[in-house]
Design a protein around this ligand. Structure first.
Ligand SMILES: *[C@@H]1O[C@H](CO)[C@@H](O)[C@H](O)[C@H]1NC(C)=O
Ligand SMILES: *[C@@H]1O[C@H](CO)[C@@H](O)[C@H](O)[C@H]1NC(C)=O
Length: 226
């Protein structure tokens, strides 16, 4: 997308105002995609606060998303969510100290992404193209991806001497059997239910981590591995 925008710059027909707007959009896009850039110059507290805000937004949207999902699946949708299913990641953040818990938040975000993607693909076949659910699922994916970037950035800044978080290796497409429509509806509901619970846990964790990490110290800029 940025390539597209760049290609438009040489066209002299674009007015100055449009150019200014374009460059602002470009900066905003780069800023949101590459959290690493914004990461450096922020204090611990405001840094975590930014992620807390994003988490709160995704959490609120995930509550609605689950409702919209259920409303789009027809009868029995309440039952779908109660079915036991073991291929969906659990939402629990684990770890003994703040660094482990940050890593757990990061890897949970990453692990849920391919599941959200798979649900989106399945629902694309089940819903009319105009269904807002498809937009909502896509939004949840890119916001979660943005949150993972921010968490990664905070992690590297708070713990400059620990190894950089690894990407989780397996995606659900490689390990999951094919699913019939009923199984897809159950799977989607459980993914979104656990996703909502995950966001609730991340909200709580970020509050705790902020209290533990930001009170008595500021960022160790000089040690950071950027
Ligand atoms: C779902 O999508 C609709 C239309 O695109 C939008 O108005 C609404 O805010 C979205 N809701 C959530 C929870 O993302
Ligand atoms: C997640 O945490 C809840 C509440 O603490 C607990 O009941 C549940 O068993 C945990 N689930 C997993 C998979 O660890």
């Amino acid at each position: 997308m940025s390539g597209h925008v760049k290609n438009m710059y040489p066209q002299l027909s674009i007015s100055q105002a449009a150019r200014t707007l374009l460059s602002l959009l470009l900066v905003a896009a780069i800023d949101s995609m590459n959290a690493g850039i914004a990461c450096r110059n922020q204090q611990c507290e405001s840094h975590i606060q930014r992620s807390s805000k994003l988490t709160r937004l995704i959490h609120m949207e995930s509550v609605d998303l689950l409702k919209i999902y259920k409303a789009s699946q027809g009868d029995l949708s309440e039952l779908f969510c109660q079915m036991p299913i073991n291929i969906v990641p659990d939402p629990n953040i684990s770890g003994l100290d703040p660094s482990e818990r940050m890593l757990s938040i990061y890897s949970h975000c990453k692990v849920f992404l391919p599941h959200l993607k798979r649900v989106t693909e399945q629902q694309r076949d089940l819903q009319p193209p105009s269904s807002p659910l498809l937009n909502n699922l896509t939004t949840a994916q890119y916001r979660t991806s943005g949150l993972a970037n921010q968490i990664n950035c905070i992690y590297q800044t708070l713990f400059p001497n620990l190894p950089i978080p690894l990407e989780p290796v397996d995606g659900p497409t490689s390990i999951h059997p094919s699913q019939n429509v009923f199984q897809q509806k159950v799977y989607g509901c459980v993914v979104l239910k656990n996703f909502k619970e995950l966001l609730s846990q991340i909200r709580h964790e970020l509050r705790t981590i902020k209290n533990q990490m930001c009170k008595s110290r500021t960022f160790a800029y000089t040690n950071a591995l950027f």
